[in-house]
Design a protein around this ligand. Sequence first.
Ligand code: ATP
Ligand code: MG
Length: 355
Amino acid sequence: MSKAIVVIPGDGIGEEITAAAVAVLRRADHKHSLGLVFETHQAGGAALDLYGLPLPERTVAAARQADAILLGAVGGPKWDAVQPELRPEKAILGLRKALGLYANLRPIRVPASLSEYSPLKPEIVSDIDILIVRELTGGIYFGDHCEATVIDGVEKAWDIEVYSVPEVSRIVALACQAATLRRGRVVSVDKANVLASSRLWRRTAEQAAEKYAGVTLSHMYVDNCAMQLALAPKNFDVIVTSNLFGDILSDEAAVLGGSIGMMPSASLGEGPGLYEPIHGSAPDIAGKGIANPVGAILSAAMLLRHSLTAETAAVSIERAVDKVLADGYRTADLYRPGLTEVSTEDMARLIERNI
Ligand code: ATP
Ligand code: MG
């Protein structure tokens, strides 16, 4: 049975890095008989130029029908003057909404060969392997907001955090599911000593995790988690948390690895998942053939794991990436004397060869 992958290159380096990821997926398909079929669609600035809209209906329709979507990056200075409703970044929000994507997954893996790029000591970050699961559609970003209002002569504003039991239940279940493919430890992060929404979160998380026999759930306050991520990141397996806390913690965690070009992400919901590197369209290096394709390639591995349940093929890509890095091959962003500098395409070819 075939699996439809919609590829949305987007803007800037998007084209180069998605081409690299598709090449690696084709090789994985050849080795593991996954039946992948690729279909390219436009979104972001590229779509704006072609169709006058950052997210054309035909792209949404194709994404809805797909088994998974692989996205490059959208945006760039070319579209800086575009009116707010038509900005290229609107394409991501539109896709998230159209696909009901409520979970954002960010793995932070630092193979020993990359530990020297971290701002932390190599012995602290070497071999860390964390998965952050962030709730994406609820919480304080989507609660009632009150812009500055004068009450009794004092200007005030507020934002309300709301979480429901079903919202917390589904995100924690998803984190537990992901943990069964890993080391089986989930840390739920909240601020239950202060926030009512966090107390509901904690109680609901307990219930949701009961169904997963092989998974152990523990709880941590967000302030302590921020500290532990810098002090002892190796102690974490899966972290699950709210929209606001996840926003902050995933950026903190992304810095641990020290190399933005290497980091993948997945956004999951009830339908097809969306997979993209965490970096932007990097217009400063677009079209030069020097972009690091590893973030996109590891996103492709996540696609196989989470949307196609092809764990073996996903691991084969991740091992191939580790091997090529351990052999000393680097794109320009990570090049240092004594290592071998390669182009975007060469990096992809080396990874293909190691699958
Ligand atoms: P966003 O589009 O999310 O707002 P941004 O414009 O802040 O992101 P990026 O587009 O991610 O940032 O680029 C930040 C810097 O990192 C740039 O100098 C860019 O060249 C570099 N960079 C980003 N991704 C890569 C990559 N895959 N390979 C090499 N360098 C990269
Ligand atoms: Mg950018």
